[in-house]
Design a binder for this molecule. Structure first.
Ligand code: FAD
Length: 476
């Protein structure tokens, strides 16, 4: 049984209390919306000067677009519901996409079954094993079984050594860097499940969508709606410490030295930062947060006069290429309407959170990217680059290591009124906006709200809410 989805949000309303949501990424903003819709008083504190976290936008040439590439799938129903709530879903543009593979120095299309069957690096048996592995992964229901095996062991078993070395290994190294040997098979399962779901709802082709104006517009509208509903939004307000207050509630200290008392705090920031900002947690809780390893990213955005390919994603299996993939956003986003007639390409490199490559200078990364593109694409010229900027994030996605879900820290913590609810709790999916906000809503319904009601004496259950998620039976 799926415990999370079976829980109906309680309709009984406890007295209004003041909540602080720490972190103004999509998780924090969606939680703020859910809490204010339940009649609560809500403040959101975001460290950066603007809201949105990983979805935030910046200026590139004359264009304002996302710092990191974002697309929405037709199957992203929670995100589409949120966009409907703020009046933007009906404007979404949906585009059929193509996928490329850069392998043995050649750029090949891999966008349909025919192209897959003609794919030169593998013989027919190897292709059947690769296709069979992907199909089998899409049928697996009990993902917890996969969490016990390394992704390498599982892929070698089902795809064979040649397919593993030729296709999977370069992709795993590109996506996970040196962290791939510790990663569990649940990682590949989650990726496959999302792409299968996308194809099911997209009539067997990959349909990706975006809101005109990109996430900048989504975030502006979200902030506007939250403000209209009474949420207090504080940007440029890093939270430095959260402690239980003697007189009740939680005392929150901001980096500017100011202090404020809140009845409840939900922290959506990365786990190692939760451990640092809440010293009252038990040693066990702090060590669980601190020990979660993350994948970070260095990602260049490049505005060009000409397109470089017809593919939204070009996967790269040649190991000399120091990039995870080439993402040509302007194959989806209309160059004339949205990008001032230019073309937008992202060049990401994923690395573990402690990797020195995350601190490589912008100039070095730019040179590395441009010289790589010159080798990969005959027609690419750096004279066509209108603008080039590098963005980096240390904490992008918690690494799905072997038995990861059994080591998760609790959402309902030992500190009354302090809830630790971040994307590290995504255990049966990969990181994306839909998964993030679905998780936030589910954990609010199942754990945070019942605990809050119990503490206020307004819930039907006076027993403490036990966070059994990490130990629960397979919810799939
Ligand atoms: C390269 C890349 C590509 C992606 N592509 C897609 C895609 O195509 N489609 C898709 O759906 N998703 C995509 N995602 C994933 C998506 O961006 C995330 O799922 C989502 O943004 C996570 O939101 P969050 O609120 O959990 O975390 P974050 O966005 O990380 O938000 C956390 C916030 O907390 C703030 N914070 C940190 N410390 C403090 C503090 N002490 N006090 C106050 N605030 C603090 C941070 O500044 C940040 O704003 C992509 C992500 C990346 C990096």
């Amino acid at each position: 049984m799926n415990r999370i989805n079976d829980v109906e949000p309680s309709t009984s309303r406890p007295a209004q209390q003041h909540w602080l949501v720490v972190g103004g990424g999509v998780m924090g903003l969606k939680l703020a919306m859910d809490l204010v819709n339940r009649g609560q008083k809500v403040t959101v504190a975001e460290a950066a000067p603007q809201f949105g976290g990983l979805t935030s936008a910046w200026q590139l040439g004359d264009v304002v677009w996302d710092r990191f590439y974002h697309v929405t799938l037709l199957s992203d129903t929670k995100l589409r519901d949120l966009l409907s709530d703020i009046g933007l879903e009906s404007e979404m543009q949906w585009v059929e996409t193509k996928t490329g593979f850069y392998t043995d120095g050649e750029l090949l299309s891999m966008s349909n079954t025919g192209e897959f069957l003609r794919f030169p690096p593998l013989n027919l048996i190897q292709k059947l094993r690769l296709g069979g592995t992907i199909f089998y992964a899409s049928k697996i229901k009990n993902w917890r079984r996969l969490e016990k095996l390394t992704v390498e062991r599982w892929l070698r078993r089902w795809s064979g050594n040649r397919v593993f070395e030729k296709i999977w290994l370069p992709l795993l190294k590109a996506k996970l860097g040196e962290a791939y040997p510790q990663t569990s098979a649940a990682f590949i399962w989650a990726h496959t499940a999302r792409m299968y779901k996308a194809r099911r709802s997209g009539m067997k082709t990959e349909m990706f969508g975006y809101v005109p104006g990109g996430y900048a517009r989504v975030l502006d509208r979200l902030a506007e709606t939250l403000t209209e509903r009474g949420v207090r939004l504080l940007s440029g307000h890093p939270v430095s410490e959260i402690r239980s207050a003697e007189g009740g509630g939680l005392d929150v200290t901001f980096a500017n030295g100011t202090q404020e008392n809140f009845d409840n705090v939900v922290s959506t920031i990365a786990s190692p930062l939760i451990a640092k900002t809440c010293p009252c947690l038990t040693e066990e809780e702090k060590s669980r947060h601190a020990n979660i390893r993350y994948l970070g990213v260095v990602c260049a955005s490049m505005l060009l006069r000409k397109p470089i390919s017809q593919y939204y994603v070009t996967n790269i299996t040649d190991t000399w290429v120091p990039l995870t993939a080439v993402i040509e956003m302007s194959t989806i986003v209309d160059p004339q309407q949205e990008l001032g007639g230019h073309h937008l390409v992202y060049l990401p490199k994923y690395l573990p959170d402690d990797h020195p490559g995350l601190n490589e200078s912008d100039e070095d990364y730019q040179e590395k990217c441009l010289s790589t593109l010159e080798k990969m694409y005959d027609h690419f010229s750096r004279d066509d680059v209108v603008d080039f900027k590098v963005s980096r994030a240390k904490y992008v996605a918690a690494l799905s290591t072997v038995d990861y879900s059994t080591r998760l820290p609790p959402v309902v913590t030992s500190v009354p009124g302090f809830y630790a609810l971040n994307s590290a709790h995504i255990v049966k999916g990969n990181l994306n906006v839909n998964e993030t906000i679905t998780l936030g809503e589910e954990l609010l319904n199942e754990l945070v709200w019942p605990d809050f009601q119990r503490r206020c004496g307004s819930g039907s259950n006076p027993q403490p809410v036990v966070d059994e998620r990490p130990l629960a039976e397979s919810p799939v």
